[in-house]
Design a protein around this ligand. Structure first.
Ligand code: GDP
Length: 364
C-alpha cells in the first residue's frame, strides 16, 4: 500500500492529527516535545461516496474501502541531520514513506510551547527542509565516495547513479530540494532508488485553531503562498476539530461540520490531497457479496491493476469486463450496463480509469 509520513516540528499537532486519522489512543498527544518516539503506523479507510452508491445499486452485503497508511514520524528539530533530537531515527523513517504530509503550526496558544519560541510556519517549513537537504547532501557525498571504484571500472549502473547524484547535489547545494530536479523517463527508476528525502512529494498541512478551520488565517495564507511558489499544495485543517469528529458517529459528525461551516471533514480533504499528490486513483469491484475499492497509480494497465487483488489475477490475466462508474450508476447496475452495451471487454493494454467497475477474467 501507499504510505504517507506525517512530519513536522514538535508540538505542531502531528499526534493530534494522527490520532484523529486512526481513531486510536496509541499515539498519545501531549504538550511535550518528543512525545512520539516510535513511528506510529495507522491504516486509514479512504472515504469515497461512490463506493456506497455502488454498494446500494448492487445490494452488496459488505462495503470495503481501500486504505492508505499514515506514519506519525517522531518530531524533527534543528540539528536532526547532525543526529540531534531523534534525528537519525527520523531520517530512517522518512525514507520509507512515499510522500510527506508536513504539518505546520498555524495556531497561537501560549500554553503550547513552540520549540523556537515563536509561531512562524514558513520559517518552520524552512527549518525542516534545511535539515532534510543537509541529510541528503551528506548521504550523497558518502555514496559518491563508495561508488568511485565502480565508476572508474565503467560499471554502467554506477555511472548513471553518479550522474544523478551529482545532479541532485547541485540543487541541494543551492539550498533547493531534490524534487526540483527533472529527470528523464529512463532515469526515473534509478532516481527513485536514490531514496532522497527531499525528492519525496510534499503536502503542507496548516493546523489552525477551531475558529479558523473554515476560512484559514494569516498564517495559513502565508503557507499557501509559499506552497504555490513551490508548486506544492496545502490543506487547512484543525487537528482539534478532527479529533472531536473522530469520536462522533457519522450523523453527529455531519451536524458538527455544518455548525462549523465546513463542507467536508479536514481528514477527508487530507486523504484526497494525498491521493492527488501520489498520483493515485481508485477502481471498484462490485457484487452481491461485497463492494470494494482498490488503489492504483494513475496509468496502471489492467493486468497490474488486477495484481493488486491477487498475483494470480495478473499472471493469468485474460481480460477485464469494464463499466465506467457513471454508466454503472445510470444503467442501475451491471445487468443494465450490459444490456445498454456499456460493458466493455478490455485487454492487457487497457489503462484503467478512475472509478472503473472491473471484473477480471483470468486463467488459473
Ligand atoms: P506533536 O508534538 O506535533 O505531535 O503535537 P501534539 O499533537 O502532541 O500537540 C501538541 C499540543 O498542541 C497538544 O497539547 C495539543 O492539544 C495542542 N494542539 C494541537 N493542535 C492545536 C490547535 O489547533 N490549537 C491549539 N490551541 N492547540 C493545539
Amino acid at each position: 500500500g501507499f504510505r504517507m509520513g506525517i512530519v513536522g516540528l514538535p508540538n505542531v499537532g502531528k499526534s493530534t492529527l494522527f490520532n484523529a486519522l486512526t481513531k486510536t489512543a496509541a499515539a498519545q498527544a501531549a504538550n511535550f516535545p518528543f512525545c512520539t518516539i516510535e513511528p506510529n503506523v495507522g491504516d486509514v479507510a479512504v472515504p469515497d461516496p461512490r463506493l456506497t452508491q455502488l454498494a446500494g445499486i448492487a445490494k452488496s452485503g459488505q462495503i470495503i474501502p481501500t486504505r492508505m497508511t499514515f506514519v506519525d514520524i517522531a518530531g524533527l528539530v534543528k540539528g536532526a541531520s547532525k543526529g540531534e533530537g531523534l534525528g537519525n531515527q527520523f531520517l530512517a523513517n522518512i525514507r520509507e514513506v512515499d510522500a510527506i504530509a508536513h504539518v505546520l503550526r498555524c495556531f497561537e496558544d501560549d500554553d503550547v510551547t513552540h520549540v523556537d519560541g515563536r509561531v512562524d510556519p514558513v520559517a518552520d517549513a524552512e527549518t525542516i527542509e534545511t535539515e532534510l537537504i543537509i541529510a541528503d547532501m551528506e548521504s550523497i557525498e558518502k555514496r559518491l565516495q563508495n561508488i568511485v571504484r565502480k565508476v572508474r571500472g565503467g560499471d554502467k549502473e554506477a555511472v548513471q547513479q553518479e550522474r544523478l547524484m551529482k545532479l541532485a547535489l547541485a540543487a541541494l547545494e543551492e539550498g533547493k530540494p531534490a524534487r526540483v530536479v527533472e529527470v528523464d523517463d529512463e532515469d526515473a527508476k534509478a532516481w527513485r532508488m536514490l531514496q532522497l528525502l527531499t525528492s519525496k512529494p510534499v503536502l503542507y498541512v496548516c493546523n489552525v485553531d477551531e475558529g479558523d478551520a473554515a476560512e484559514g488565517n494569516n498564517l495559513s495564507a502565508k503557507v499557501g503562498e509559499m506552497a504555490a511558489a513551490q508548486g506544492n499544495s496545502h490543506v487547512v485543517i484543525s487537528a482539534k476539530i478532527e479529533e472531536e469528529i473522530s469520536q462522533l458517529d457519522a450523523e453527529e459528525a455531519a451536524e458538527f461540520l455544518q455548525e462549523l461551516g465546513l463542507q467536508e471533514a479536514g481528514l477527508d480533504r487530507l486523504i484526497k490531497a494525498g491521493y492527488e499528490l501520489l498520483g493515485l486513483q481508485t477502481y471498484f469491484t462490485v457484487g452481491p457479496k461485497e463492494a470494494r475499492a482498490w488503489t492504483i497509480k494513475r496509468g496502471t494497465l489492467a493486468p497490474q491493476a488486477a495484481g493488486v487483488i491477487h498475483g494470480d489475477f495478473e499472471k493469468g490475466f485474460i481480460r477485464a469486463e469494464t463499466i465506467a462508474f457513471d454508466d454503472y450508476v445510470s444503467c442501475n447496475g451491471e445487468a443494465g450496463a450490459k444490456d445498454s452495451g456499456k460493458m466493455r471487454a478490455e485487454g492487457k493494454a487497457y489503462e484503467v480509469k478512475d472509478g472503473d467497475v472491473l471484473h477480471f477474467l483470468f486463467n488459473t
